[in-house]
Design a protein around this ligand. Structure first.
Ligand code: HEC
Length: 225
């Protein structure tokens, strides 16, 4: 028994001498028993790689593909299509911000309505699909603000405000299209922004789809709540 305790102390002393007391600060790099993920085999940008025959680390995009973050052109370049447009925003105009000067604008921008390859029945379908993927969990499939998150009490459990109903009286009457676009881009209150996930064109498609949800509710004479 004595040796057991002694060996126990001995092992303890070895651990402390090798790793130090946890919590004590040191300027030395940390000791890694199992390799951390900061050390891993990877190709750094601009670096060469012997793995590929041409020796380049960075690969050229596969021919005919559209890089991530770009909107897929309606027509191939060979058939007169425009080059793919960056899908996320850097611009300052109405299309990219939903604002005209200091005010939110209303109506879809001409970048959408003026391009028949974008503004067609598929546009609203795209909006429906993107809405159901990104927004319905909180705002509900019908836009009544009662998505699954509210059903399972997630919003209330974390003491969060329930997502707003997107009913016309709620989100429409005082909200211009540009204002809804801005909520999607930057979030509002407790809602996070989706500007980094949803392309500009898809955000406008969602705005159009929200309008169609509001219209459908109005036609049916129901309030989304
Ligand atoms: C994680 C849950 C969640 C998701 C996902 C979400 N929202 Fe929201 N949304 C909220 C909450 C909560 C509010 C209320 C924010 C506040 O006022 O503090 C809100 C507010 C809004 C408003 C303002 C309503 C008003 O009357 O002021 C709009 C418009 C809106 N969301 C649209 C969207 C759209 C479009 C999407 C999908 C791209 C989306 N939201 C995704 C939770 C969410």
């Amino acid at each position: 028994m004595k040796y057991f305790f002694l060996s126990y102390l001995f092992v303890g002393a070895i651990i402390v001498s090798a790793f130090g007391l946890r919590g004590s600060k040191s300027e030395l790099p940390p000791l890694e028993v199992f390799q951390d993920m900061d050390h891993q085999a990877k190709v750094k940008y601009q670096a060469t790689s012997e793995f590929f025959a041409d020796g380049r680390g960075a690969r050229l995009p596969v021919k005919g593909t559209v890089p991530m973050g770009f909107e897929i052109p309606a027509k191939a370049a060979a058939k007169g299509g425009k080059p793919p447009r960056f899908g996320f925003t850097n611009g300052l105009g109405y299309y990219d911000t939903g604002k005209m000067g200091d005010f939110y604008g209303d109506g879809l921008p001409t970048e959408i309505t003026g391009d028949p390859s974008v503004f067609n029945a598929g546009f609203l379908k795209r909006g429906e699909e993107r809405y159901n993927i990104n927004c319905a969990i909180c705002h509900g499939v019908s836009g009544n603000g009662k998505g699954v998150t509210s059903k399972y009490g997630i919003m209330t459990a974390f003491n969060l405000q329930q997502p707003g109903s997107l009913d016309a009286a709620n989100a429409g009457a005082y909200r211009a299209d540009g204002a809804i676009f801005d909520v999607i881009t930057n979030g509002k209150g407790l809602m996070g922004g989706y500007g980094g996930n949803i392309t500009v064109r898809d955000r406008w498609a969602i705005v159009a789809y929200i309008r169609s949800l509001q219209l459908a509710a109005k036609e049916a004479g129901v309030t989304l709540q």
